[in-house]
Design a protein around this ligand. Structure first.
Ligand code: RNT
Ligand code: ZN
Length: 418
C-alpha cells in the first residue's frame, strides 16, 4: 500500500486551504469516544437472575458468538479497541455488575461489583462511563420506574440511581478522569394519557432526590437522556426532550441527545450549537435510526458528518461528550463496534480538515455560492488518504484490513462459544 505517498499528496491539497493536518491529528488523538459495552452481548448483562430485555428497546438478529460472561465481553472489547485509533472510554450499564454468583438487586449495587471492570480499564488505559439500568427488571414490568404511581417502586429506582452515581464517582476517582452517569428511563404510555402532568411531576421529584445525594461532581458528571417514543410507549414518554432540557438547565445537569430519539427529520446536529449557548457541556448517544429508533450501526452518513462538523467548527471538542448507542445482533458484534466507532472518528477528522473559519466567513458575507460550491467540493477531497495515515500513525489497521482480524477472531474465538 502507498499510505505515505498518498498522504503526502493529500496533505498538500488541504494545506492549500491553510489546514494543518498535523494539528488535526493532534486534536483528534485527544478525543475519547465512549464505546457502549452492550453491543457485545445484545444488552443482556450478567445478572444472576437475568431478565428478558424490556423497556421498549429491541435487538434483532442471532449472529453467533455473543459474549456470555464478563471475560468474553472484555476480550471482545479489547479486540475492537485494537482496531480503533485512539484512547477511549467504555460505557457500562448496571446490569454488567459482577456479583460472584450472589443475587444483588439493583438498589444494592456498589462500586465493588465493578472492581474487575476498573482493574481492566486501568490495564488498558481506558476511562469508564456508567448507566443505571431501569429496564429488564420485575419492578419495571409495567414500563414505569421513576414516575411510577407507587412510591415503593419509585424509591427502589431512586436508590438504584443514587448507587449508580456513586459507581460513577468511583470510576472517576480510580481512573483519573470523570465518568458520565446517564439516566435513561423507559417510562411512558402506549395510548393517549388522560394526565401528562402528574407523571412528569413525579419524575421531577425523583430526579431531585437522586441528585440530592452527595456525589463529587469533579469525578462524576450527571446526564439525563430524553426520548420521543418507545415500543409500548408510542403515545407518551414522560422524559421528553422538553422535560429534560428544562430539568438539565435548571439543575446544571447535562442533556444527553440520542440521535434516534427525535422525529425522523429532526436532526441532533442542529441542536448542538443551540444547547451549548446555555449549557457548558452536553452528551451524545450517536446511533442510526432507520424508520424508527432502530439503533443501527453508525455509518458515515450526512448526519454523522454534520455532527462532527458542529462539534469541530464550534470548538466544542471538550464540551461534547461523545458516546455511541447502537446494537445490531445480525452481524459480527466486534465488527459492529469497529465500524461504528471508526466512523465516529472519521466524521471528526473530516471536520478537522475543513477550512471552517473561511467557510464561516463566506456565510457572513452572504456568499452562498462559494459556500455551497466549496462544501460540496471538499466532500471528494482525498480524505481517505489522510484517514489511512492517521490509522497507520496510531498503530491500527489501515482501510478494510481490520476485517481480516475480526474474521480471524471469529474463527478462533467467537464461533467456539456456540
Ligand atoms: C434507549 C436509550 C438508551 C439505551 C441504553 C441501553 O432508547 O437510547 O440509551 O439504548 O441505555
Ligand atoms: Zn441512548
Amino acid at each position: 500500500m502507498f499510505v505515505k505517498e498518498n498522504f503526502n499528496k493529500a496533505k498538500q491539497q488541504y494545506e492549500k486551504w491553510g489546514v494543518s493536518v498535523e494539528e488535526a491529528f493532534d486534536k483528534l488523538k485527544n478525543v475519547a469516544i465512549s464505546i457502549h459495552c452492550w453491543q457485545g452481548d445484545d444488552i443482556g448483562g450478567f445478572e444472576v437472575n437475568q431478565q428478558e430485555l424490556s423497556g421498549g428497546i429491541d435487538v434483532t438478529g442471532n449472529y453467533p458468538g455473543k459474549a456470555t460472561n464478563p471475560e468474553q465481553l472484555r476480550a471482545d472489547l479489547e479486540k475492537a479497541l485494537s482496531l480503533i485509533p485512539g484512547k477511549h472510554k467504555v460505557n457500562l450499564h448496571a446490569i454488567y455488575a459482577e456479583t460472584d454468583g450472589e443475587i444483588v438487586d439493583r438498589n444494592a449495587i456498589e462500586p465493588k461489583h465493578f472492581a474487575n471492570w476498573v482493574k481492566w480499564a486501568k490495564q488498558n488505559g481506558l476511562g469508564l462511563d456508567f448507566n443505571p439500568t431501569l429496564f429488564s427488571h420485575p419492578k419495571a414490568e409495567d414500563g414505569l420506574t421513576l414516575s411510577h404511581p407507587d412510591k415503593d417502586i419509585r424509591d427502589f429506582w431512586i436508590d438504584h440511581c443514587i448507587q449508580s452515581r456513586k459507581i460513577g464517582e468511583y470510576f472517576g476517582r480510580e481512573l483519573g478522569q470523570p465518568a458520565l452517569t446517564n439516566i435513561w428511563i423507559p417510562d411512558g404510555y402506549k395510548d393517549i394519557p388522560s394526565d401528562r402532568l402528574t407523571p412528569r411531576m413525579r419524575l421531577k421529584d425523583s430526579l431531585d432526590e437522586i441528585f440530592a445525594a452527595n456525589v463529587d461532581e469533579s469525578l462524576n458528571i450527571d446526564a439525563v437522556e430524553s426520548k420521543l417514543f418507545g415500543i409500548g410507549s408510542e403515545a407518551y414518554v414522560v422524559g421528553s426532550h422538553e422535560f429534560y432540557m428544562g430539568y438539565a438547565m435548571q439543575n446544571n445537569k447535562l442533556c444527553l441527545l440520542d440521535t434516534g430519539h427525535y422525529h425522523p427529520t429532526e436532526m441532533v446536529s442542529n441542536k448542538i450549537s443551540a444547547l451549548l449557548l446555555f449549557n457548558d457541556k452536553l452528551a451524545l448517544h450517536v446511533s442510526r435510526p432507520v424508520r424508527w429508533d432502530s439503533d443501527h450501526v453508525v455509518i458515515l452518513d450526512d448526519e454523522l458528518r454534520e455532527i462532527g462538523l458542529e462539534i469541530v467548527r464550534n470548538d466544542a471538542i471538550d464540551k461534547v461528550m461523545i458516546g455511541l448507542d447502537f446494537f445490531d445482533a445480525s452481524i459480527n458484534r466486534v465488527a459492529a463496534w469497529t465500524i461504528g466507532t471508526r466512523n465516529m472518528i472519521k466524521s471528526l477528522l473530516y471536520a478537522l480538515l475543513l477550512p471552517n473559519d473561511y467557510l464561516k466567513k463566506l456565510q457572513e458575507e452572504g456568499n452562498f455560492t462559494d459556500r455551497l460550491a466549496l462544501m460540496e467540493e471538499f466532500k471528494t477531497y482525498p480524505f481517505g488518504a489522510v484517514w489511512d495515515q492517521y490509522c497507520e500513525e496510531m498503530g491500527v489497521p489501515v482501510q478494510e484490513s481490520w476485517l481480516n482480524e475480526v474474521k480471524e477472531y471469529e474463527k478462533e474465538v467467537l464461533i467456539k462459544r456456540q
